[in-house]
Write a protein that binds this ligand. Sequence first.
Ligand code: ASP
Ligand code: MG
Length: 841
Amino acid sequence: MSVSVVKNPTSESVDAALNKPSGSGWIAHKFGGSSLANAERIRTVADIMRGRNDAGQVIVVSAMQGVTDALIELAHAAARNDGYWRHAWNALKKRHEDAARALLGAQARSEQDWLAERFAELADLLHALALLGSPAAEALELIQGLGEIFSSRIVAAHLNANGIEYALLDARDVLVVRHEDLGVAVDWDQSATKLAEWRVRHPQMRVVVSGFVARDVHNRITTLGRNGSDYSGAIFGALFHADEIHIWTDVDGVLSADPRLVPEAVLLPQLSYHEACELAYFGAKVIHPQTMAPAIARNIPVYIRNTFRPELTGTCISSKASIDSAVKGISTIPGLAIVNIEGAGMIGVPGTAQRVFGALRAAKVSVVMISQGSSEHSICCVVQEKQVDIAVHALDEEFIHELARGQLQSINATPSISVLAIVGDGMTGTPGVAARLFGTLARSGVNIRAIAQGASERNISVAIESGDAARALRAAHAGFYLSPQTISIGVVGPGQVGRAFLAQLAQVREHLLRTANLDLRLRAVASSASMLLDDASILPQEWRERLDAQGTPTDLTHFADHVLANHLPHAAIIDCSASSDVAEHYARWIGAGIHIVTPNKHAGSGPLARYKAIRAASSHGTRFRYEATVGAGLPIVQTLRDLLDTGDEIISIEGIFSGTLAYLFNRFDGSVPFSTLVQEARAAGYTEPDPRDDLNGRDVARKLVILAREMGLQMEVADVDVESLVPAELREVDGTEFLERLVEADESFATRFATAQAAGKKLRYVARLNAAGQAHVGLVELPDDHAFAHLRLTDNIVQFTTRRYRDNPLVVQGPGAGPDVTAAGVFADLLRIAATLGARV
Ligand code: ASP
Ligand code: MG
């Protein structure tokens, strides 16, 4: 490595090297172990760094992933004189040599030699430990910091091979620290002086620094504590007067909550130092607050970025309070306990709280949260569960007299507590934040044991039972981050209608989110054989591919449990199957709070007992909607419901509810035999594969039953008088034979047509129902001027004769079949449900 040497540094050159005003152009970058796990990743890091045009670049590196652990283990193994250490030493050596070889090509030789020497020294040291029988603290400090010495050397050599000169800074030569009670403190004066001297000899504007390592004031090699290289990043950022510090890791930045617990967690583009510290304290994997101290003191923004997605800007942590949303992050700390001190003796007695905390401090119990009611009747504090016995004992001792005299009633502990905290600068002075938190927790049945809010209003903490923690976290996150009209959606039966529904969803999802604040999240799709579940969401345009690739065997119970995600405000299942088995689940699903929307007629027209169970289950605001079961997307069920809801009385309902039969009789004018028309309609896809499923009238009867039940009539399909158009002798034969022999019925159809024509009438297949529950489905003769006599193609029509619409019935007419219009009917139902949930659709 080439190094420029300047002899006799003058004090001016030291100043010139260090006392740069801010806007110095230096940017500090810190890379963690996972970014440096192997040669390929180191190459990625180098590419990112070379690709930047930082005026000055300080690159602080961790050890390669896992190396610090391996070194510590190695030291202990050697001290135990465990023969294993030789093997581990070899493996570690090889790992570094391999990386150097892969990265350095021709130049590898000298670096290999260097590595070989360092590893030989390490081996000597380990031998010494084996003799001593225990790793001296100093030896351990030295050994565990070697990973950074190795990695920084390899990274610098690799970067150097490309023409631009990178100086290598061994932080042990510059950084001076003291180990204090509250952690590691930097001796800024000494460190700055040493750096200035170093800079005189190394004036390059590109510097690679070993993280984690330092020296103490006695000049002994030391480290900054486990995971200390972030701290190194901030320290060197400060020492170089950097304009920015970039902490490169393997996540996109800071998220609003732990994504393993909250799949909806979102990336936070901006955080204030305060917010980041609060979140870090509450267990969010940001960076340690101590890490940020040097940056905060000098007002240097810290970026958290993903090495594997360098195109993202990540999270910027700075002094700017961004108050675009009141709450930024939500997190939980598990493993706590509540200690409650109760007694009338505390009321108005000054100093009780002080004695409580004094006793706890003397017992070295750290207090996570404190809450005291203004009645002063009790003080409650939250401590680590593992310290709770010590805490209670210390308080018993402290208040031994008060307890004996009955001035204090009790000091007791509740284990298995978690604290949930919401954090955000924007909470300051914003009313309603606490209300929203308590509201969402209450709705998900989470009991709050204690509450605390600091006067900074930047944090509201609640103590809850640990068993409730995950649910509470999700509920709170939904309360602050999701649209309250977020619906978790599962689609069953992606056949023609299901597919059309998913296509429509893909088309309008974004629009609905933007304009109506309605967040429809497709999270599950199930065919009869396989299902796909996704915690976050399935892009509706990708469901097919993903179901094929990642599907698991369908289990509708599991499916429904997944759709009913307690971290999302609402859930709906869209059943586009034509299966009675699926309908069997409805009552339970609805009872559990899942809305159901379906074009499947089985529930509406199947066994009355099942229908009633479904209706009974849906009494708690959970909806069951099935507009598309009758006339596809035509608003037939809705119209009937509106008539009834507004107090009208139905006298009769008549309609043509089969597109197939409508088509056949629209075409049937005596010129072509009926059987030929059936064959043609079948070929055009207007009939079921077996046309008897249309001709037998049962499907029409089912629709009539659905409408009858909507009217409050207790009707079964068996109660409908149905005229089947399938000749009796052709009902049992197989499909092919039926199609061949349908000609046998041509004559009778021709006769019926001729009779009607002679009377000036038209033949139509009509369903009729009256208020008394008389229901008939069959072929009827209608006068030529009847509304049903002039339909187009496969149009459906329904005519409601009611008290209000007595002389001139209300008619709904239009295309009553086809996947697109059916799916649109399903979608409209879903949107109606969404509207009841508050969406502005
Ligand atoms: N390599 C050190 C450790 O694993 C420091 C770091 O990576 O931050 O603790
Ligand atoms: Mg309809």
